[in-house]
Design a protein around this ligand. Structure first.
Ligand code: CU
Length: 645
C-alpha cells in the first residue's frame, strides 16, 4: 500500500504553482486572476494525492437526445440505471403526452430510450422480490396557480337518492345550476350509480344514496360564481321526480390554486426486457406517494395527492406480487405528509423518520416513530432537534442495518418556508427507549441533502440547497462523508453541479456515486428568472477508489437464501477483511426506502470466502443485492450481484 502524502507535502508541491500565480496577481488583472485561480483549482483536484484524500467528481458525457429531466432514478440488478422523467415537470410535455425514461449502462455509458406509457412524474417506487421495480401513481393534471385560475372550480358531489333505474352517465360539459342561477360544467365524464337498497330481516328497507365526485368549472369568469356554503345544483336535463333524487352538492368552488392531480396507474419495470408492464390500478389516485417493500415481499403505498389534488388522509394500500393487485388497508389508518421516509425494520414494522417532501398538514403526521403494522400502534421516537423542519430532509439507515441506527439530515420548514436546518440527528431503535440524539452538524442549513451508503460502511452526503428549491441561488456545492466509526463529518471534493428539488443520488456497482437532476425554481440570485431543469449527470469517485488494487470477487452462486452460508471465489482471500450486502437504491424527492447495508459474517479460505446471510426478512428483504468485500484499508471490490430469498 502506497503511503499517502501529508497535507503539508501536498501544499509544498503546489508551492511552485502558487508562486507563478502570485506573479500573475502582481500584474493586477482580474481576468488573469480568475483564470489563474481556476488553473490552480484544476491542477489541485486532479492530483493523485488530492483524489486519494478527497475523491474526484466528473461530468458524464450524455448524448443530446438522452438528456432528460431526471425525477426518479433506480439501480437495476442488471447494473444499469433506470432514469424516469415522465413529463419531467414540463407542462408542454404533459400536454403533448411526451413521457420519457432512459436506461443508462454505467459500464459502457450506453443509453437507451424506454417507451413510457403514462406520466410517472412524481409517482412512487420500490423493488419487488424478483427485482422488478414497482411504480405507482403519477401525474393526471398539472397544478393551476392562483394567478392562472380564471373560472371558479372545485369538487361537486353528485348524489342519487333513488335506488330505481340504472346508472346515469353525465358526459364532460354537463351543466349544473344553483338556485341563484350560477352555472358550472363538469370537466370529465362521470357515471352515477343508483342508491343502494337493503331490507332488514324485519322487512325494513334502508336506502343509501350514492355519491360520485366530479370536478366542475364555472361557466362565467370571475368571482360571481364562487360558492362557499353548501349549495344544491340541479342537473340540466334532469326533470320532475328524478330531479328530486339526483342532484349535485358543493360547499367550496373557488378561484384558489388547484394542486396537482394523481393517477391510479401502476406498472412494473422489468430489468430483463427493459420495458414497463402495466398491473392493476391503485385503489386511490396518488401523486407524491411513498412505496416501501415489506418483509413478506408485498409493498405498502401511503400518502400522495388524490385525483383532485387532496392529500390521501391515512388510506394506505398494499400490492401483492402474486396477484398484481392493490388492496386498501383501512385498518392501518395513519395520516402522513407526502413522500414520507419509511424504512422496513427487522421485526417487520416500519420506522418513519419524519422526513417528507411536498404536501400535507403542517401539524399532523410529522412526528417520527415506529409504526406497528400488526395493530396500527405508533410509538413516537422523541428528541428530534428542529422538529418543525423535517420537510425536504434526507434519511438513511446507517450501516450496518443490524444496528438499527437511523439518521435524519437537514430539511426545512413546511412549504415555501425560508427556514432550513443544519441538524443531523441519529435514533438508535435498539435502545431501551429509542430517541434521537444530536449527530455532527452540517456545514450549513441544507434542504434536499443526498445521502448514499458506500461499501466502506460510511455515508456520503452531497448537494442540496439552503433555500426552498434552490431559491436565491442557494445550491450547496459541497460533499462530506459521515464516518460511522468516528461519528464525524469530513469534507470531500466539491461537486460542480448543484442538486436541489427533483434530484437523485445512487451508489453504482463499481463503487462510484452518480448524482442527477435538480429543479431550481429560479435561475438567478434575485429569483427573477425562471430556473432550468438540471440535465447534467455528475459522477463521484470516492477516495477509496484511489487507494490501490481492489480485491475481486471472481465467482460464486447467484441465488442465495437467508440463514444460509455461501462460498464465493476470490484471488485476494488474504486481503478480504469484510463482506456486506448493499440493496440497490430507488431514489426520488429525497426519499429512498431501499438503501441499506447488511454486514455479513465472514470466513476466508485459500482462494475463497464464506459469508453467512442473516435470517430476518425484515433485515434482508427478498430481492437483488450487491455483494461487496473490502480489504483492511476499506478499499472495496466491485459488486457481485446476488439474489436473496
Ligand atoms: Cu415532484
Amino acid at each position: 500500500m502506497r503511503r499517502r502524502p501529508s497535507r503539508g507535502e501536498r501544499l509544498a508541491r503546489w508551492g511552485a504553482l502558487v508562486a507563478v500565480v502570485a506573479a500573475l496577481l502582481a500584474i493586477n488583472l482580474p481576468t488573469v486572476t480568475d483564470a489563474a485561480l481556476k488553473a490552480i483549482h484544476e491542477y489541485k483536484i486532479n492530483t493523485q494525492s488530492y483524489k486519494e484524500e478527497d475523491g474526484h467528481w466528473s461530468i458524464l458525457p450524455v448524448p443530446g437526445k438522452f438528456r432528460i429531466n431526471a425525477v426518479h432514478a433506480a439501480l437495476l440488478y442488471t447494473g444499469k440505471v433506470l432514469i424516469i422523467a415522465g413529463s419531467g415537470n414540463n407542462r408542454g410535455y404533459f400536454a403533448a403526452g411526451t413521457f420519457k425514461s432512459i436506461v443508462w449502462n454505467p459500464q459502457n455509458d450506453h443509453f437507451k430510450m424506454i417507451h413510457t406509457p403514462s406520466d410517472m412524474f412524481c409517482g412512487g417506487h420500490a423493488f419487488l422480490p424478483d427485482g422488478k421495480l414497482l411504480i405507482a401513481g403519477g401525474t393526471a393534471r398539472y397544478e393551476v396557480l392562483e394567478k392562472e385560475v380564471t373560472h371558479a372550480a372545485g369538487r361537486m358531489q353528485i348524489q342519487d337518492q333513488s335506488p330505481y333505474g340504472g346508472p346515469v352517465h353525465l358526459p364532460a360539459g354537463s351543466e349544473l345550476t344553483a338556485p341563484s342561477g350560477v352555472a358550472y360544467r363538469t370537466t370529465q365524464a362521470v357515471t352515477i350509480e343508483p342508491a343502494g337498497k337493503s331490507v332488514s330481516a324485519a322487512g325494513v328497507a334502508t336506502v343509501t344514496p350514492s355519491m360520485t365526485e366530479a370536478w366542475v368549472e364555472a361557466v362565467e369568469k370571475g368571482k360571481h360564481p364562487v360558492v362557499q356554503t353548501a349549495t344544491r345544483f340541479a342537473i340540466a336535463g334532469v326533470k320532475g321526480r328524478e330531479a328530486k333524487s339526483l342532484f349535485g352538492i358543493a360547499t367550496s368552488l373557488t378561484l384558489e390554486k388547484q394542486d396537482f392531480w394523481g393517477t391510479k396507474k401502476s406498472y412494473l419495470f422489468n430489468p430483463a426486457t427493459e420495458s414497463y408492464e402495466e398491473v392493476s390500478d391503485l385503489q386511490l389516485a396518488r401523486w407524491y406517494p411513498s412505496l416501501v417493500t415489506l418483509s413478506d415481499g408485498r409493498v405498502l403505498a401511503v400518502s400522495g395527492l388524490d385525483q383532485f389534488g387532496r392529500i390521501n388522509n391515512g388510506n394506505p394500500e398494499i400490492y401483492t406480487p402474486s396477484t398484481r393487485r392493490w388492496t386498501l388497508l383501512p385498518q392501518l389508518h395513519r395520516v402522513l405528509p407526502t413522500y414520507p421516509s419509511l424504512f422496513l425494520m427487522p421485526d417487520g414494522n416500519l420506522f418513519y423518520s419524519g422526513s417528507n417532501a411536498g404536501y400535507g398538514s403542517a401539524t399532523i403526521g410529522r412526528t417520527p416513530g415506529i409504526w406497528d403494522l400488526r395493530d396500527n400502534h405508533f410509538q413516537v421516537v422523541p428528541g428530534l432537534q428542529d422538529p418543525n423542519e423535517t420537510e425536504t430532509s434526507g434519511s438513511v439507515l446507517l450501516p450496518p442495518a443490524q444496528k438499527q441506527r437511523y439518521m435524519i439530515i437537514g430539511g426545512g420548514g413546511v412549504g415555501q418556508s425560508p427556514k432550513s436546518t443544519n441538524r443531523i440527528d441519529i435514533a438508535d431503535l435498539d435502545a431501551a427507549h429509542p430517541h434521537f440524539e444530536p449527530g455532527p452538524s452540517l456545514a450549513q442549513p441544507t434542504r434536499y441533502p443526498e445521502a448514499v451508503i458506500t461499501p466502506d460502511g460510511n455515508v456520503i452526503i452531497s448537494g442540496g440547497s439552503r433555500g426552498y428549491r434552490g431559491e436565491h441561488e442557494s445550491d450547496i456545492l459541497e460533499c462530506h462523508v459521515y464516518e460511522t466509526s468516528t461519528g464525524k463529518l469530513k469534507r470531500l471534493a466539491d461537486p460542480e453541479v448543484g442538486r436541489d428539488y427533483h434530484a437523485e443520488a445512487l451508489l453504482l456497482p463499481d463503487g462510484r456515486i452518480v448524482t442527477l437532476g435538480g429543479n431550481s425554481l429560479f435561475g438567478n440570485k434575485a429569483d427573477t428568472v425562471t430556473g432550468v431543469f438540471e440535465k447534467r449527470i455528475e459522477i463521484y469517485s470516492p477516495p477509496y477508489l484511489y487507494h490501490g488494487t481492489r480485491p475481486k470477487i471472481s465467482g460464486g452462486p447467484r441465488q442465495i437464501s437467508r440463514g444460509g452460508t455461501f462460498e464465493f471465489k476470490t484471488p485476494d482471500s488474504g486481503q478480504v477483511s469484510a463482506a456486506m450486502l448493499i440493496r440497490p437504491s430507488a431514489y426520488t424527492h429525497v426519499t429512498n426506502s431501499e438503501q441499506r447495508l447488511i454486514a455479513l459474517d465472514l470466513v476466508t479460505h485459500q482462494g475463497s470466502f464464506r459469508v453467512a446471510i442473516p435470517r430476518s426478512s425484515g433485515l434482508v428483504p427478498s430481492g437483488w443485492y450487491m455483494l461487496f468485500v473490502h480489504n483492511a484499508e476499506a478499499t472495496p471490490s466491485q459488486a457481485y450481484w446476488v439474489h436473496v430469498s
